[in-house]
Write a protein that binds this ligand. Sequence first.
Ligand SMILES: Cc1cc2nc3c(=O)[nH]c(=O)nc-3n(C[C@H](O)[C@H](O)[C@H](O)COP(=O)(O)OP(=O)(O)OC[C@H]3O[C@@H](n4cnc5c(N)ncnc54)[C@H](O)[C@@H]3O)c2cc1C
Length: 502
Amino acid sequence: MKQLKKYDFLIVGSGFGGSITAMALASLGYRVCVVERGDHPRFAIGESSTPVADMILRDLADEYHLPFLKRLSRYGEWQKHHPEVVCGLKRGFSYYPHQKGELFKSDQNHTNELLVAASVDNENSDTNWLRSDVDHFLVQQLRKMDIDYFDHTTIYGVDKIVDQWNILAERKNKKLSFTAGRIIDATGSSIFAETFLDATSTSKGFQTNSFAVYSHIKEAAHWQQYLNQNDFHTSDYPYNPDHSALHHLIDEGWIWMLRFNNDLLSSGMVIDGSTNNDLHGLNADTIWMEVLKQYPSVQSLFKTALPADTPGGFLKSNRLQRRLNRTHGEGWVALNHTAGFVDPLHSTGIAHTLTGVEKLLKLFRKSGSKAEIQKGLELIEVNYYKELAFIDLLVSSCYKSRGHFQLFSAAVMLYFAASIQYEQGRLNGSTPDSFLCAADDDLFAMVELTHAEISSLREKGFPGKEVADLVERVRARIAPYNSVGLMDDSKRNMYEHTAVVL
Ligand SMILES: Cc1cc2nc3c(=O)[nH]c(=O)nc-3n(C[C@H](O)[C@H](O)[C@H](O)COP(=O)(O)OP(=O)(O)OC[C@H]3O[C@@H](n4cnc5c(N)ncnc54)[C@H](O)[C@@H]3O)c2cc1C
């Protein structure tokens, strides 16, 4: 057995979360080792980034001397410096509701369209990350920094002896042993923590109940083209909807379409598990085809499409909502996507992961005592559970209102209002303690109340007058956070620029 050197941190998992954490800790002078069970490049889901994620990347780049992160924070810079790392242009979020068995319908006022631009132009735009490329690129950077990195490595033994972890692993039939002061669980799932770190995971207590089928696809047709060919009026669109996180709302849930520059399309559907239990037992390809065929406009985009070589077909998730009972313990801490997840509707995953990474790095940056670090981790944990609960309410408000597009559009604005508040805080130099300002009691209470009211209107079948009244109340409720003109009827669902900073 080969005895390896002693590390301050062992990072388990080399998604972007683990790699960025490893590089920043190394730049602070810590001895870091990263263990990955697979290798890169590999297929990974979770690709639509946001202005918040971009802001954090820029700050991490400056704080921890990782300049390449900044170059991945705007589409223009990314293309200039790293065109070999595939991404897609993402100008904002677009939403289109579809009725079962019917072609898509809208009107001159864009009644059934909602486009919310984040950036004003392509140069400063946000991106869709081809995760296989991005994660691979980051691992190449950490190798250049001489950080010890073991791929194809399975950890099978984890023992805590006083202040050290003794870790047993196997790589290509060779036994390895690691010693580390702390473990950072960056595996993006609860399994490692449940197996080795005395944590348990649950799906109980979430408002949202959903699962996903997803894949990468070649040669899918473009939605903008469909709209133009069918005489929809798009000349006043703030951007081409194929250059956005494109959401098609359906009875079963919603379908996403995210394009990359190499003509690959990430697409999938998230199914509302509370109302579609019958679908869960089917395999992924069947779910995709059975649901898609009921929405002819969306289906037409996939007529000539082929599965991409990787992953080669549709994959199906379990229920997406999960939460560990603790985010840290004696000598270990989990990154945010390991500790829990709600749903990809608002593309919160990348940004949430990065806010967690940023908080941990701040904590380990100071050479605090064990007790101070423990206190810091406890505070992070308290806020983390608020964040998860807040995202859950934001997402669930949208699921519950998606049968009524005007109400859905108001529910989506709760997310944009929270994002703006968070971005504004960072821009003013006082980064909020919690992602999306979830720990702001007034904001949380406002979203909780609106969620309850939406739930009640759904039970009643969305009565017109009551829906209109609630939309007005949401307009008034988000007003204190709304510095960018959300819910301005004169914009006819076309919002030009909503991110606070580019
Ligand atoms: C269906 C779906 C769609 C999503 N869409 C979006 C989106 O559009 N936008 C967004 O912002 N977020 C999205 N997310 C969330 C996003 O996927 C996560 O935020 C992101 O992947 C977290 O990155 P990570 O590096 O923490 O973990 P991961 O990307 O999960 O990486 C974990 C790494 O750990 C490795 N690993 C796992 N177990 C072990 C082990 N035992 N030992 C060693 N290595 C191990 C894995 O091989 C992997 O390389 C989505 C999530 C899902 C489920």
